[in-house]
Design a protein around this ligand. Structure first.
Ligand code: AMP
Length: 415
């Protein structure tokens, strides 16, 4: 089915074709006609589903259909959780707009870089703004842009926006928008705060649930290795060598660990780097660009890279530190085996983390053998269950235990 069959203008279909999009993905097939018809949208969608074009294409068409505004006022606002996603989504919108008779001006704004160039870029207005919430509010406060003429709002990765603590900023942004507008809401998961936000925002939305294609889910081979925590780097190096892995994305729990593990691997003959929220924007873009160009063997990262970032067809993902939750596990392993390509997701489990691994397995409905690579037989012993983990009957955590656990959790916070 061609894109024009969904009601899109030939100029947009042509731009899509030039990006290699000739047939709409399932979410595009459902979302595009609905958005063109003016509906609000509530879509369960993962990165990799084609969700960006699913909102960008009809958004652009609606901008060109409606009467021209002069001077330029922001008519479409796309709010995203991370700088990388802002940059990516902005690129897609610009590329898809390239053959339109009247080129919309697309501004991409995010924090972590100087505000001045973004203020300059907004001089004379913009038709479409792709933004992270904090910087968007800064720009409004600087009178660099106004949101009173927004006709179409897109919230992309709404669950991630709330996870990253953007609820207040988001509420302030929403308060600046006109009541009369179209809302498109995309999220990979719908825990209750996300559902509450969707309920508050949307009017009789069309609901789209695009399940992860079973074929895609099936092609991720999952493995778990039991290994002493102190020997994980050695095991990783060994597996990379023995298995001939190339382009490995390694997840760790903290920015510090990302630096440390990358440095240790790099000391060997591997070309390894780190990628996390503590790096400057320039360093992040550079690392990502180089990884895409296949210049790195290994990128060691925090959960920052688990979502939103489109790195195509990563062959191997390694959980060097286990993810905190089963949901994070899904996001991490989703970085491999995408778009139908097969992938491998390997988790390192140490005696101390085995109980946590069992919980993730249970939530995932998995039952993987814990493999031991010869020469890496574990010698560590599991610590006794702590009072706060609910493992001891009749003993409930005291207030002090809870405070201690909260402080430990805060100290572990990755980004
Ligand atoms: P997204 O879910 O928006 O992050 O897109 C995931 C990937 O799919 C990106 O690399 C897009 O370039 C690609 N893509 C999006 N739509 C299509 C399509 N209709 N056909 C082929 N590839 C697509």
């Amino acid at each position: 089915m061609p894109f024009t069959a969904l009601g899109l203008a030939p100029a947009l279909a042509q731009a899509a074709a030039e990006l290699g999009f000739t047939t709409p993905t399932p979410i595009q097939r459902e979302a595009i006609p609905a958005v063109l018809a003016g509906h609000d949208l509530l879509a369960t969608a993962q990165t990799g589903s084609g969700k960006t074009a699913a909102y960008a294409l009809p958004l652009l068409q609606r901008l060109t259909q409606a009467a021209n505004h002069s001077p330029r006022r922001v008519r479409a606002l796309v709010v995203v959780p991370t700088r990388e996603l802002a940059a990516q989504a902005g690129e897609v919108v610009r590329a898809l707009a390239q053959h339109l008779p009247r080129q919309p001006k697309v501004a991409v704004v995010f924090g972590g870089v100087s505000i001045n160039p973004q203020m300059m870029a907004l001089r004379g207005g913009a038709d479409v703004v792709v933004a992270t919430p904090g910087r968007l509010l800064d720009l409004v406060e600087h009178n660099a842009l106004r949101l009173s003429a927004v006709e179409l709002l897109v919230l992309d990765e709404a669950d991630r926006l709330l996870d990253l603590g953007f609820a207040d900023e988001l509420a302030r942004v929403l308060a600046l928008l006109p009541a009369q507008r179209q809302n498109l809401f995309f999220s990979a998961t719908f825990p209750s705060p996300v559902q509450a936000l969707a309920d508050a925002l949307l009017r009789e939305p069309l609901r789209i649930d695009v399940p992860a294609a079973p074929a895609e889910a099936a092609v991720i081979l999952q493995q778990a290795f039991l290994v002493d925590s102190t020997r994980r780097t050695q095991l990783l190096r060994q597996l990379i060598k023995d298995q001939g892995w190339q382009r490995v994305l390694v997840f760790v729990a903290t920015q510090y660990a990302a630096e440390r593990v990358a440095a240790k691997l790099h000391h060997g003959d591997l070309y390894a780097t780190s990628f996390h929220g503590g790096l400057s924007q320039g360093a992040r873009q550079q690392a990502l660009g180089e990884f895409k160009e296949k210049r790195w063997d290994v990128v060691v990262t925090t959960d920052l890279a688990a979502r939103g970032i489109d790195i195509e067809q990563l062959p191997v993902v390694v959980n060097y530190d286990l993810p905190r939750s089963a949901v994070d596990y899904v996001h991490r392993i989703g970085r491999t085996g995408r778009a139908g390509a097969s992938g491998l997701a390997v988790s390192f489990v140490s005696p101390a983390t085995e109980a946590h691994w069992r919980l993730i397995e249970k939530r995932q409905g998995l039952s993987l053998p814990l493999e031991v690579l010869p020469g890496f037989e574990p010698t560590e012993t599991a610590p006794p269950p702590s009072p706060g983990d609910g493992g001891i009957k009749g003993k409930r955590p005291s207030k002090k235990d809870k405070l201690r656990a909260a402080a430990a959790a805060a100290a572990r916070k990755p980004d």
